[in-house]
Write a protein that binds this ligand. Structure first.
Ligand SMILES: *Cc1c(COP(=O)(O)O)cnc(C)c1O
Length: 414
């Protein structure tokens, strides 16, 4: 009798007692707004900003309400105005083209390669063919492209790089933290990312002018001296009067529950990677299936895993989703015509000018994805890999599979 996996793919770990205690202290104080401080008080948000800056090893850090807001603010702070072209990945999550759309700019989509990284040859072509001055590169599903080559291409062309690090908080390329390559980096602390405050995000940069503009954009009024990791007051001379207030401040409650999580983030990165290695090894034993290559320069955070079934038809892909779901394993498949729960297909972003991306379409057609919550043990991961291997073998043995209705999935917005 085939075994079924009983765990939940959307269940995160509970917050620690120290996070709960910090939250209660904020609630009891009644001072939830970041600028509502008692005399001499630094505040949870400012402390979090300083701690994240030190952990990330960057010049400045601004805490905001979401990763999506961090990206919108980053684009504006880099001078993007309505009508401008902004380069980005064709394969990413909806908030990325959404941030470009929200500032009135036009996404120019760049192809994805078979290892799910930005196709740097296509990037060069699209830089030449457009007048884009900014690239919003999304390290989608934690896969970092050759960051030295990416920066060399963009620096030579005068293209500013904004990094979307929603899936790479804690990852490194050649020893440098993801987020420390481009002009600005954006992080998310939404529930399904590497720290969990429900909603939330960070913007980091080494550029004092960008940090000042971003701070005013986030809704600091003239209270920017109450920040924990902002630039000196003179950096605000122009920004303070020129930047619109977008009201995207982080509040004290979320900051209070994030600070203890930051303290254990490195530990959690190691826990994710241990689970990833079990899954990767288990999946690689099924030779019909291609796992995604991880270059030696990359130190990733294995909070999700992807694989491709290049020989599978659409019907077989659907059959695999159904077969694994029947045994308790929730996979995402990026080849579906109708967006289900998450939207990572450029075809479902109708506010973006339709663009032809044959490589990305070809890769997404047989691409599968699975999130790896820390509530799974390594033994769970072993069982999951076994279920996937068996389901793949079963489906591969029936090439005439009839398309099944798509299985209902628990939704994780990442
Ligand atoms: C989740 C996510 C974001 C933005 O996160 P929010 O905090 O939910 O706005 C950005 N990029 C990617 C790739 C994501 O998965």
């Amino acid at each position: 009798m085939a075994k079924t996996f009983e765990g939940s793919f959307t269940q995160q770990e509970p917050l620690s007692q120290s996070a709960v205690d910090a939250a209660i202290a904020v609630l009891q104080s009644g001072r939830l707004h970041r600028y509502n401080l008692a005399p001499g008080e630094v505040g949870e948000v400012a402390q979090l900003e300083a701690e994240f800056r030190d952990w990330q090893g960057c010049g400045y850090c601004l805490a905001v309400t979401s990763g999506g807001q961090a990206m919108q603010i980053a684009l504006r702070a880099c001078g993007v105005t309505p009508g401008d072209a902004v380069l980005t990945n064709a394969f990413t999550l909806a908030p990325v083209p959404g941030a470009i759309g929200a500032v009135g700019a036009r996404p120019v989509l760049v192809e994805t390669d078979q290892n799910l990284r930005l196709d740097l040859d296509d990037l060069e072509r699209k830089i030449r063919a457009s007048d884009a001055r900014v690239l919003l590169v999304s390290h989608m599903r934690g896969h970092l492209c050759d960051m030295e080559r990416l920066m060399a291409i963009c620096d030579a062309a005068g293209v500013a790089v904004v990094e979307d690090c929603a899936h790479t908080m804690g990852a490194r390329w050649n020893g440098t933290r993801s987020g420390n390559f481009g002009k600005v980096a954006c992080f998310s602390t939404q529930t399904y990312k590497h720290m969990n405050s429900g909603e939330g995000g960070f913007l980091t940069t080494d550029d004092a002018d960008i940090a000042a503009r971003a701070t005013i954009l986030s809704g600091s009024y003239m209270l920017y001296d109450r920040h924990g990791a902002g630039p000196p007051a003179d950096a605000f001379a122009e920004a303070r009067l020129e930047m619109p207030n977008c009201s995207a401040r982080m509040d004290a409650l979320r900051a209070a529950i994030l600070r203890p999580q930051l303290a254990t983030l490195d530990e959690n990165v190691a826990r994710w990677n241990a689970r990833y290695r079990v899954l990767e090894r288990g999946l690689a034993a099924q030779n019909i299936l291609s796992v995604i290559e991880r270059p030696g320069e990359e130190s990733p955070v294995g909070s999700s895993i992807q694989f491709r079934l290049t020989e599978f038809t659409k019907a077989q892909c659907q059959a695999l989703l159904a077969a694994t779901a029947a045994r308790g394993v929730e996979l995402k498949w990026f080849g579906s015509v109708e967006p289900t729960g998450f939207t990572s297909s450029h075809h479902s972003w109708r506010y973006v000018n339709a663009q032809t991306l044959p490589e990305t379409d070809r890769i997404l057609a047989t691409l599968f994805d699975m999130r790896v919550p820390l509530t799974f043990s390594e033994a769970d991961c072993q069982q999951i890999a076994e279920i996937i291997r068996e389901a793949v073998a079963e489906v591969a043995a029936s090439p005439d599979t009839i398309p099944a209705p798509e299985a209902e999935q628990a939704v994780a917005c990442e």
